[in-house]
Design a protein around this ligand. Sequence first.
Ligand code: HEC
Ligand code: HEC
Ligand code: HEC
Ligand code: HEC
Length: 343
Amino acid sequence: MSSISLIRASSRVSALIPALGLLGALLMTGPAAAQTAWDHAKVVGPTECAECHKAENEVWKGTHHFSTFTQLPRKKSANEIAERMGLRRIKADSLCLDCHFTTVEQGGEREPIAGVSCESCHAPGRDWKKVHSTYSGKKKGQESAQEIAQRWAAAEKAGMIRPKNMYRWAKNCYSCHVVPQEKLVNVGKHEAGSDFELVAWSQGEIRHNLWYNDGKVNEPASQNTKRLMYVVGQAVELETALRAVGKATEKAAYAVTMAKRAQADRASVAKLAGLLRIPELQEISAAGNGAGLKLNNNGELSAAADKIAAATQRLVAKYDGSSFGAIDSVLPPESSYKGRPAR
Ligand code: HEC
Ligand code: HEC
Ligand code: HEC
Ligand code: HEC
């Protein structure tokens, strides 16, 4: 049995983890799972959201998520990726559509209508748009606490991803930003993800904490929320990276980059577990270290990722960040935020 390292043994964190090996035989995998599988037939489009959410819509228009719609197809680099992937048009194939665009669906045909938009993050709205916004048929402020709770429960049941469900929306960011698609990376030469981190990337140009401030103040996330975001982000990134390694079939750019990412995430989660000493993080760290970063190991890696997912969801439900002061020194500084928040 030959074992080929995905990561050099001299790598600084390698002592912390089991040796990275790569078994010779190719893995049997299905098609690379795309970004969260939406039902595109349920997309209503950002114009409908903007009918009520004008301020959020204005913020969104200042982001790369908005501009990718018109910019991407014009880029030489994008067309080269498409060409290597054997695609005729960027906007005609579901591969690029899944991560760069919002599409509506008619008669089985997907038509791009925007870049990464409201429903790319809050989920397609057709089934929950009405229920989330109608105050249980009463006037604003007239619902009982029970009616409010029922309304949100109904909206979530109909698919809505609420800001409160940090695990869910974080997972969604990473499912695009890690770029867990082997062929796209190895053959298309698409970037194998970026240095995405939840606090820095959500608190810059993306930030639209406006609705509950009457659309007037774009409030930064509170210190407690940032702490929780940082921890959840590192855990979700580890989960995503393990799943990504699990899908790798050959030792090339994709497998190596994803393994390195997972290894860095292990170190980062271990550090947080040491600082916070909460059982959920110990569990996430142990699960993350329990599966070897090698080819042909999808079963173990997926099982580890499932454990991390379960523990992270419990963590989000249990803590609000107020007891996480010990990690303040590792939170990304404002100067590292991606883009400027809108006023
Ligand atoms: C008819 C007006 C209306 C439309 C259209 C609308 N919303 Fe809302 N939205 C509301 C109202 C009202 C609330 C706040 C309800 C409350 O205060 O309890 C809200 C709240 C939200 C929230 C915050 C939820 C939370 O957990 O606090 C999100 C996110 C959201 N809307 C997203 C969207 C998206 C995405 C669309 C388009 C698919 C959309 N909305 C369309 C009226 C609307
Ligand atoms: C799994 C999701 C995913 C898929 C599929 C995907 N991309 Fe991307 N792409 C991204 C993300 C995320 C970024 C931004 C990287 C970052 O900053 O995190 C990006 C960035 C890019 C960039 C560089 C940024 C720019 O605008 O110059 C190009 C070019 C690009 N993608 C082209 C494509 C093309 C062409 C396809 C289809 C063949 C495609 N992508 C499919 C997620 C994806
Ligand atoms: C890149 C993903 C993303 C996109 C695109 C996006 N949102 Fe959000 N939205 C979020 C996240 C994440 C939060 C919660 C942020 C937080 O808690 O700090 C949020 C929060 C909200 C809120 C609650 C804000 C508050 O005051 O608490 C509303 C309303 C909302 N979004 C509506 C929209 C609408 C309408 C659009 C499209 C014009 C949109 N969002 C586009 C991810 C996104
Ligand atoms: C559907 C896939 C998708 C989702 C979900 C998504 N993004 Fe993105 N994001 C992209 C793509 C694609 C780009 C690159 C756009 C371009 O420049 O062409 C991007 C770009 C960005 C940028 C700009 C980066 C730069 O180069 O300055 C930020 C910041 C960002 N995303 C943050 C987030 C956050 C935070 C979330 C989750 C709340 C999120 N994204 C969810 C696909 C996604």
